[in-house]
Write a protein that binds this ligand. Structure first.
Ligand SMILES: Cc1cc2nc3c(=O)[nH]c(=O)nc-3n(C[C@H](O)[C@H](O)[C@H](O)COP(=O)(O)OP(=O)(O)OC[C@H]3O[C@@H](n4cnc5c(N)ncnc54)[C@H](O)[C@@H]3O)c2cc1C
Ligand code: FES
Length: 272
């Protein structure tokens, strides 16, 4: 299973913008050498430094924004050596970009209520998704959680449209006092969100596990964008297995590749 997208390419690109957006995160914009078609929300790219860095394994990042056909931006949290090297890049320096990769979220029809559940940089796929829902008479919610207010990275990028935003912080410094799943539970109890909505989640594994358990118990229809480790991003290394369900679309095959079969999966298809 796993097919490299026909339109994927790999090239050395230039950093065209760089901006801090929290204590440990930054926005990185790159300039491509040739136009790229509009990308779907949740599609990702592999980024690799070029030059003296000894880092050889590329790292995957959701496409955060696509300001025009020649530029892409990424919202990146510094976790370890790979993201640290990317954080050291400055405007005008180069890096290797491989993309577009992955299936991304299929944008739900306008008459379907949609809820985005994001934890930290898990908000990344939802900027493009919320724009794709802007034109419709669509009811779209964002529940955006983080440990503290300053880790609701670049949250004002979501302001100004029809998106209904509920913030949540573990320490209560902004919005609901608690995590994003608890905030969702409160919204459902208050009937501000319908149980018939489509729920789309992205964030750290702990949040996604908590959300998946909650959604299954409540009979919610949901999709997950998974952030598993990846070695290649193109279906070659087998480094990104996700366990599947026997009754889902991978029936009969116990593992899916997150990079080429995902990263977005229906909750019914993966045992997560
Ligand atoms: C499809 C996809 C989209 C992603 N989109 C984004 C994005 O938009 N923005 C962003 O900041 N990150 C995103 N990630 C996660 C990002 O790829 C990792 O944080 C990055 O690879 C870490 O590399 P590193 O070398 O800095 O950290 P490492 O040195 O590899 O790890 C440092 C620490 O972080 C932990 N860690 C590393 N990767 C992950 C992970 N995927 N999940 C949980 N813990 C991890 C490790 O266990 C370790 O404790 C995405 C991942 C995938 C698969
Ligand atoms: S990351 Fe290599 S197969 Fe998925």
């Amino acid at each position: 299973m796993g097919v490299l997208p026909a339109d994927a390419r790999s090239e050395v690109v230039l950093v065209s913008g760089k901006q801090s957006c929290g204590p440990d995160a930054f926005l990185l914009e790159v300039a491509l050498s040739a136009p790229l078609k509009p990308l779907g929300p949740g599609q990702f790219s592999m980024l690799t430094p070029v030059g003296p860095s000894e880092l050889t394994v590329p790292r995957p990042f959701s496409v955060y924004d696509q300001p025009d056909s020649m530029h892409l931006s990424f919202l990146i949290q510094v976790m370890g050596s790979g993201t640290q090297v990317l954080d050291e890049l400055t405007v005008g320096e180069s890096l290797r970009w491989t993309g577009p990769l992955g299936n991304g979220f299929e944008v739900a029809p306008p008459d379907r209520e949609v809820v985005f559940l994001a934890g930290g940089v898990g908000s990344a796929p939802f900027l493009l998704y919320s724009r794709a829902r802007e034109t419709a008479q669509a009811r779209t919610h964002l529940i955006f959680g983080a440990r503290t207010e300053e880790r609701l990275y670049d949250r004002h990028a979501f302001d100004g449209g029809a998106l209904k935003i509920q913030l949540a912080t573990d320490d209560g410094s902004a919005g609901f006092h608690g995590n994003a799943v608890q905030a969702l539970e409160a919204e459902l109890k208050a009937c501000r969100i319908s149980r018939e909505a489509l729920f789309c989640a992205c964030g750290p594994p702990g949040l996604l596990h908590g959300f998946a358990d909650f959604a299954r118990e409540g009979g919610l229809e949901f999709q997950l964008s998974l952030e598993t480790y990846m070695g290649c991003g193109i279906g070659v290394c087998n480094g990104c297995p996700t366990r599947t369900t026997p009754t889902g679309r991978f029936a009969g095959w116990p593992w899916a590749k997150t990079c080429t079969d995902g990263p977005v999966f229906s909750g019914a298809d993966v045992d997560f």
